[in-house]
Design a protein around this ligand. Structure first.
Ligand code: SF4
Ligand code: SF4
Length: 222
């Protein structure tokens, strides 16, 4: 009898992040975490499939040229809510100071403001686009966009996992009916709400972080 291989991709429920107390308070959070788990599972499956064809993933912690190079990263309203929550309520220490200052000074089309100490400071809440952008063989050179220089080395996301992620997010926009959700996905209408990370009003998020800090300084035990 065949035994299950240990190296099998982890399912989305196994890889789902969990913030139990926050999920009770923020009904949108479980939707986003479920969606990100579906995306991460899809990326994992695609990387394993590429590995069987001899491709080696180049992305690794501390490798961040992509975060400085890309200036048109798509982000959806629910993802922005997740980023805002994470940065305001969860981020601590020097990362918080760096990100707050980058948000305060942010100008349109600057590099992503969430890069701190050469790594993604919002890693659990990074958008679908960042989760899915993976490169094989060689790390990106500074300023290189491998989508144009070596498309064959850029991971192609598996559509059914991406579709599932958007299906799971749609109730946030008031669309609960399953048939309607699939229709919005099939027609592409689901993408009408997309924005660009580099054109968001990040200064206001710096203000929100400061407001949160003021409130908590006044009530240090909460
Ligand atoms: S996309 Fe390129 S720069 Fe970004 S982590 Fe992967 S190899 Fe490194
Ligand atoms: S959100 Fe994180 S992974 Fe995405 S571009 Fe910004 S720093 Fe990089």
């Amino acid at each position: 009898m065949k035994t299950k291989k240990r190296s099998q991709a982890r399912s989305s429920s196994q890889r789902r992040l969990s913030f139990p107390e926050d999920e009770k308070v923020h009904p949108w959070l479980p939707l986003l975490l479920d969606a990100y788990a579906a995306v991460d599972e899809g990326v994992d499956v695609a990387i394993r499939s590429a590995a069987r064809r001899g491709k080696k993933i180049a992305c690794a912690k501390g490798c961040s040229a992509c975060c400085r190079t890309h200036r048109t990263i798509p982000v959806y309203p629910l993802e922005l809510v997740g980023l805002s929550w994470y940065v305001t309520e969860k981020m601590r220490g020097s990362e918080r100071d760096i990100v707050k200052s980058r948000l305060r000074d942010y100008r349109e089309y600057d590099p992503c403001p969430f890069l701190a100490h050469g790594a993604c400071a919002v890693h659990p809440m990074r958008p679908v686009a960042c989760r899915q952008f993976n490169v094989f063989n060689e790390p990106c050179r500074e300023g290189e966009d491998p989508y144009y220089t070596r498309r064959e080395d850029v991971l192609t996301p598996i559509k059914r996992y991406t579709d599932r992620a958007f299906f799971l997010m749609l109730p946030f926009y008031g669309i609960a009916d399953e048939k309607e959700r699939w229709k919005l996905i099939e027609t592409g209408a689901v993408h009408q709400v997309v924005k660009l990370m580099q054109t968001c009003n990040w200064k206001s998020l710096a203000g929100k972080m400061e407001e949160f800090e003021r409130r908590h300084a006044e009530r240090p035990n909460r």
